[in-house]
Ligand binder design. Structure first.
Ligand code: SF4
Length: 338
């Protein structure tokens, strides 16, 4: 076996594997030995996406994990995603290459905060985006993805109050689409998506008038884009609010030669692979999630060498969280998580 890298733990992640070193052979051999399947989120480093057995959005990957025959899941993504895989596959060993890979959006509401909010709105139905911890999912009635958030909220009787968390941009999108004024939105946000703003998008769109605009609904620019399209400042037919999974489908279907992409930059790798003839450009090339990028080749190697970091969710929390995730799967199309 060629790779003999000495992996080092630093404050920012694991290092020690040189980009040109043959670490891939060791990773694949260890995965086979451990009966492990490697899953990589669309925002992972290109080299992690390329070595994974499957890539996709968080929910698609959790479903692949549940259906896989492998006894071990190595989830290359952030912690709440690995937790969701564990919730749906309680009997499997779920590993995340670096347990410090968190998420600013999932961290924007805790289980205790949600319990307090529920106490202020007795009888309200709680809808949470899948970017939440297991503890928050356990306090949730129905989870949703960016694809089915509108359908999930529309399925709730009109006279029931709804608490929507944690993403304020997705919440604003759902409120506008459903026209509900009894939808309360938690003021959480992802620091990466919030940094992609409306003026930046409008400027790029003006400079590239023939380009399609693929916008993730969590982006700070999503609501501005819809507003600007409504005002005629952006061509409405070019503005596409899409989950990461739906972006790949749209990339295969579009006739545009250029597409401006408003989401985390890791997504460009998948899009360019899916439609190499299209010029995909980021709306903000600094929109990189440092948590996602903590899953380095060194971290993956260490994970498989040491069977670490294992993800645990206590049985009661997992059972309650599973109910809210399964209700999401029953309503509308289940694809379209971040
Ligand atoms: S891009 Fe944002 S929502 Fe996604 S994992 Fe990173 S911090 Fe969380």
């Amino acid at each position: 076996m060629a790779a003999t890298a000495t992996v080092e733990r630093t404050e920012f992640g694991y290092t020690g594997v040189q980009p040109d070193a043959d670490w891939r052979e060791e990773v694949l051999a260890l995965a086979a030995k451990r009966d492990a399947v490697i899953l990589a989120h669309n925002y992972q480093l290109p080299e992690i996406q390329d070595i994974a057995h499957h890539t996709g959005d968080s929910l698609a990957l959790s479903r692949i994990a549940a259906q896989s025959q492998a006894s071990t899941i190595v989830f290359c993504g952030v912690h709440f995603m690995a937790e969701t895989a564990k919730i749906l596959s309680p009997d499997k060993t779920v590993l995340i290459p670096d347990a410090r890979a968190g998420c600013s959006l999932a961290d924007s509401i805790t289980g205790a905060q949600l319990r307090e909010w529920k106490a202020e709105h007795p009888g309200a139905v709680v809808v949470s985006y899948v970017n939440t911890t297991a503890e928050v999912k356990a306090e949730t009635d129905i989870c949703c993805t960016s694809s089915n958030a509108v359908d999930v909220v529309a399925s709730i009787p009109a006279d029931r109050e709804v608490l929507f968390c944690p993403d304020q941009f997705l919440g604003a999108h759902v409120r506008r689409k459903t026209g509900r004024d009894n939808l309360h939105v938690w003021a959480g946000e992802c620091h990466v998506h919030a940094g992609i703003n409306g003026p930046e998008l409008a400027g790029k769109a003006k400079a590239n008038p023939d380009a399609d605009l693929f916008i993730h609904p969590e982006c700070g620019c999503a609501t501005s884009a819809l507003y600007l399209a409504g005002e005629g400042a952006l061509p409405a037919e070019k503005v596409k609010i899409l989950s990461t999974g739906d972006m790949l489908t749209a990339a295969r279907d579009t006739n545009a030669r250029q597409v401006l992409v408003a989401t985390e930059v890791g997504m460009l790798h998948q899009l360019r692979r899916a439609a190499p003839e299209i010029d995909f450009q980021p709306v903000n090339d600094r929109a990189s999630c440092r948590y996602m990028k903590m899953i380095t080749p060194a971290a993956l190697l260490r994970s498989l060498r040491e069977n670490a970091d294992e993800v645990h969710v206590d049985a009661d929390t997992a059972a309650r969280a599973r109910k809210s995730v399964q209700r999401m799967i029953e309503i509308g199309q289940p694809g379209g998580a971040e």
